[in-house]
Design a protein around this ligand. Sequence first.
Ligand code: TYM
Length: 342
Amino acid sequence: MKNTFTKTNKKPIMLSGIQPTNNLTLGNYLGSIKPYVKLQNKYKMYVFVADLHALTNKFDKNNLVNNKRNIVCAYYAAGLDFNKCIIFNQSDVISHNDVSHVLLCHTTLGELERMTQFKDKGLSKNDNNTFYVRTGLLTYPVLMAADILLYDANAVIVGTDQKQHLELTRNIATRMNNKYGKMFVLPEPVIMAHSARVMDLLDPSIKMSKSNTNPKGVIYLSDPLNVVYKKIMQAKTDSFNKVNYDVKKQPGISNLIEIYVAISNISIETIVKKYANQNYAVFKKDLANLVCKELKTFQTKFKKAEAIFDKQIKPLLVKNAKICTQIVRKKTSLVYKKIGLQ
Ligand code: TYM
């Protein structure tokens, strides 16, 4: 695990969030949710549902409501301690947008147009015709910067796809600190060594994503376990039939090995040694059982979260939003003062 923030006596602050767009995947789970759980005692944690970010894609109002709820239930099911972590809905804390506007005015169009996600999700998907690209898709990394900087986060857990946004956040923060005097903490990305980019099972050249078109390449956290098992058994590998870690030559099996590592905490070397004389089917079977075991526990707890959502979880979200609103109001006021608005 790569984590380079400066140690202090006080617990450092960590923040992270997930967009409520489509169903959560094993990529989200291994790249972000599971690490939150792992690190929750080391940091003061803010974990949120990035619902304003979901508007940057086409969305359905009813699905949005369900997806938001599902993310909170997933946090619970994965083992986040709701009494220790501050879990909240982004849109319940109004000022995220206020500071986002200030940051936007200190960011150039060129910086935003360079973002890989904008190029992939915006330009490429629309044949480079900006007429069809939502402006929110261009500006959302700045909203993400506001999400992070408002809470003085020292560390942010992300998969590699979000690393560029973290760099942008640091650039904007540095620029503003230099110009107006220190107001923002520079956040460090925390990127898991083996699950920062879980790949699609059928096309290991692309990221496993909530929005991939072929669901057979994506493990959804809500998939029935027999479906999960089947997807892993049918994952694309290669003709070497040798369990070996080589991302370039054997991307499919390497991706499966990374999933194995992320769930079992066993090293790549040990896994490769263990399956040295076995064919892919044996390895896949073991991996499928491992993933199913993990998801079985997750799904059981998820059902429990759904059952207690209205009575126990929802009031906590409301309470946490109030706590966050105070923190954010203070920070917004500082920013406004520093730049001469107040
Ligand atoms: P989102 O919703 O696309 O993804 C949520 C988190 O899951 C990680 N992730 C993956 N990790 C490994 N392998 C994969 N295949 C995979 N797919 C997704 C993402 O890297 C991310 O950490 N803009 C963010 C949400 C956000 C945010 C923030 C995150 C808004 N504000 C502030 C951190 C801090 C997003 O769209 O993530």
